[in-house]
Design a protein around this ligand. Structure first.
Ligand SMILES: Cc1cc2nc3c(=O)[nH]c(=O)nc-3n(C[C@H](O)[C@H](O)[C@H](O)COP(=O)(O)OP(=O)(O)OC[C@H]3O[C@@H](n4cnc5c(N)ncnc54)[C@H](O)[C@@H]3O)c2cc1C
Length: 380
């Protein structure tokens, strides 16, 4: 089904990513997890493959890829149990490419596309998670710069990022707080920017979630990406749809990888004199896994093909994310169960898929926030 929708170029890209993931990534993931980070060689390789600049237009040194390419990349990397820096590839590069002016694009995109500079997306605060409008980071307008103060938490890639896409208020609008939010590009080496504490996480041990503190940071006026008011916050949230689709595709990939490992194990593991896959109770679970993965994948591609035709996909992207997040947790949980005691051991890796995939229903808008969005779109 999906194959008949993809172009030959999409399929070539999928084969290329799959070969790369199987050859260069899969054999190393366990070691990297033990070491607690992706090595520099990982970033070098994914940059050389063009993944870091996948969504950056060719004129700024990127690959000029589409959201469908992003889905392919995320699914194939998820399948071997790793992630790429999604907020860099989508939220940061896409925000600058779509919302930035010519000077901003020329200044930032080439280095971000080549992987020389990594981006981090800074929205969440201690008292403003789902309720972004309640953020207290404030950028006070001065003559030639904005004076930024605030604190962001749970920021992916913060430690390795040079370019920060930061949301902060420039005015207080009591009747509609989100109308006060603007978006800035902040170089991480600007005086006053510092990394605070790192979260100790349940999974995703190769990456980090960190706090970033902004103390009297002078952000040049030319680094304002989207001013507050007007359609500002709506434009920002529109870019979030790409993040939601990438997130969903990672979950489809993680589930697909866990399912393939489980299918193999169930065909090989013999109990009561036959492979356990031959017990109906097991084969039905395998069938349920396959159905749920394909159903979530179709929701993702439904969103992506609508986006390709120029449609707003707030509802579709939220549906895909909610379905894919929950499906992947269920599939990875079943993968552990069908491996028996081996599934709970780190040797067979399905427990890592389970731990890693659990966090994806928080980043990019929680399950409940997605439900709110879907309901809003249905009822409006
Ligand atoms: C792996 C991971 C990566 C992340 N990466 C980034 C990043 O790069 N940049 C960044 O800015 N942030 C990032 N985050 C933060 C993430 O965006 C927030 O965790 C998320 O928005 C939820 O906010 P919160 O944690 O404050 O939860 P809260 O908003 O406090 O929510 C708590 C619970 O209440 C529910 N809830 C809240 N409001 C409602 C409502 N109106 N109706 C029903 N239920 C509701 C939520 O769904 C959730 O279940 C990341 C988080 C994780 C786990």
């Amino acid at each position: 089904m999906i194959d008949s929708l993809l172009s030959n170029e999409n399929k070539r890209f999928r084969d290329e990513v799959r070969r790369f993931a199987n050859r260069e990534i899969a054999p190393n993931v366990k070691t990297w997890e033990k070491e607690g980070k992706y090595p520099d060689s990982y970033y070098k390789k994914i940059s050389e493959m063009g993944f870091m600049g996948l969504l950056v237009p060719e004129e700024y040194g990127g690959e000029g890829g589409s959201m469908i390419d992003l889905a392919i990349l995320c699914e194939e990397m998820g399948r071997v149990g790793v992630s790429i820096p999604l907020t860099h590839v989508s939220a940061c590069c896409r925000s600058i490419a779509h919302l930035g002016n010519e000077d901003q694009k020329k200044k930032y995109l080439p280095d971000m596309a080549s992987g020389k500079k990594i981006g981090a997306y800074c929205q969440t605060e201690p008292n403003a998670g789902s309720d972004a409008g309640n953020m207290s980071s404030f950028a006070e307008e001065k003559e030639t710069y904005y004076l930024l103060n605030g604190e962001k938490i749970f920021i992916s890639n913060a430690k390795i990022a040079s370019v920060l896409i930061v949301l902060a208020k420039t005015k207080i609008v009591p009747e509609k707080p989100s109308k006060g939010i603007a978006m800035f590009i902040v170089d991480s080496d600007t005086p006053g920017v510092s990394i605070g504490r790192s979260e100790k996480m349940m999974g995703r041990n190769c990456s980090s979630l960190d706090e970033i503190i902004f103390k009297d940071v002078q952000v040049p006026k030319e680094n304002l990406l989207i001013p507050a008011g007007g359609k500002g916050f709506k434009e920002i949230m529109k870019e979030f749809n790409s993040e939601r689709c990438g997130n969903s595709s990672f979950c489809v990939g993680f589930a697909q990888g866990a399912y393939e490992r489980t299918l193999k194990h169930c065909k090989e593991r013999v109990q009561f004199g036959k492979p356990i896959a031959q017990f109906q109770g097991i084969s039905w679970t395998l069938a349920e896994m396959a159905i749920k993965i394909q159903a979530a994948r179709l929701l993702v591609y439904d969103a992506l093909f609508k986006e390709k035709r120029g449609k707003m996909i707030a509802k579709e992207a939220s549906m895909a994310k909610k379905a894919a997040n929950e499906m992947a947790v269920w599939v990875c949980d079943q993968a552990i169960q069908l491996h028996g005691g081996y599934g709970y051991s780190t040797e067979y890796e399905v427990e890592r898929y389970y731990r890693d995939v659990r966090g994806w229903s928080m980043g990019g808008g929680t399950t409940q926030v997605c439900l709110n969005r879907i309901a809003y779109e249905l009822l409006k």
